[in-house]
Design a protein around this ligand. Structure first.
Ligand code: ADP
Length: 226
């Protein structure tokens, strides 16, 4: 589902952010991407959605070499990947329904379809019936659940979460990870960048560790060794 082949990324011809990265994340996998600050995690995510281009090497998403995509095809690539951020990035002047339905309007779903899809996305994240709430009427954990519902409502094959629990207390963070695992159990490939050491160690999932732009460990049932 996600494959990096000999990927190198340099910024300004002197900063090497990623260096000879080779890895494959299969359809349906759940993987953590960890590493110290500056190790290349954000660069890895940006390359996946063509926000940055590799200096050399090849990236396949869903079997397609994204280096060959034309500009007009980039929105289709981005629709394959649902993003969840540390700071939620909700629209604070829109209610939950509008926040989640936004991506469906872009792909021109009917209002009836939108209603059904928003309802089922909210069920999935444990927020049934909260359609009319505004983000600031919800707790941080609930806001992150809205962001999760927004990411999954279009049923992308991949969800990427960049420090999704960085702003949340440990109990709430644990619940968000539980929901991510449930989404994964329904077939979505999930990649999570996190510093939540205890969660990484307790879940015993695949852990890919970057350091200075290189994959230093890649273990099934791995731990957090940064
Ligand atoms: P992480 O997400 O693990 O903190 P990054 O991918 O953000 O790591 O950064 C990897 C390296 O690339 C760092 O040395 C960082 O300073 C550098 N870097 C990241 N983005 C840019 C940029 N736009 N221009 C120049 N250097 C950058």
């Amino acid at each position: 589902m996600i494959e990096f082949i000999g990927v190198k990324k340099e910024y300004n011809h002197d900063v090497v952010a990623l260096n000879d990265v080779n890895l494959k994340i299969e359809k349906g996998e759940f993987a953590f991407l960890v590493g110290p600050s500056g190790s290349g995690k954000s660069t890895f995510l940006k390359l996946m959605i063509k926000e940055e281009e590799p200096t050399s090497g090849k990236i396949l998403i869903d079997g397609k070499d994204i280096g060959k995509l034309k500009n007009k095809d980039i929105p289709f690539l981005r629709r394959k990947i649902g993003f969840v951020f540390q700071d939620f990035r909700l629209l604070y002047d829109r209610d939950v329904y509008e926040n989640i339905s936004f991506a469906l309007r872009v792909i021109e779903c009917s209002e009836r379809e939108i209603q059904a899809k928003v309802k089922s996305a909210l069920e999935m994240v444990g927020l049934s019936g909260k359609e009319k709430y505004y983000p600031n009427q919800l707790s941080g954990g609930e806001q992150q659940r809205v962001a999760l519902a927004r990411a999954l409502v279009t049923k992308p094959p991949i969800i990427i979460a960049d420090e999704p629990t960085g702003n949340l207390d440990p109990t709430t963070a644990g619940e968000i990870f539980k929901t991510l695992l449930e989404i994964n159990s329904r077939g979505t490939t999930i990649l999570v960048v996190t510093h939540a050491k205890d969660v990484v160690n307790s879940l015993a999932k695949r852990v890919i560790t970057l350091d200075h732009g290189k994959v230093v460990t890649d273990e099934q049932k791995g731990g957090y060794k940064v």
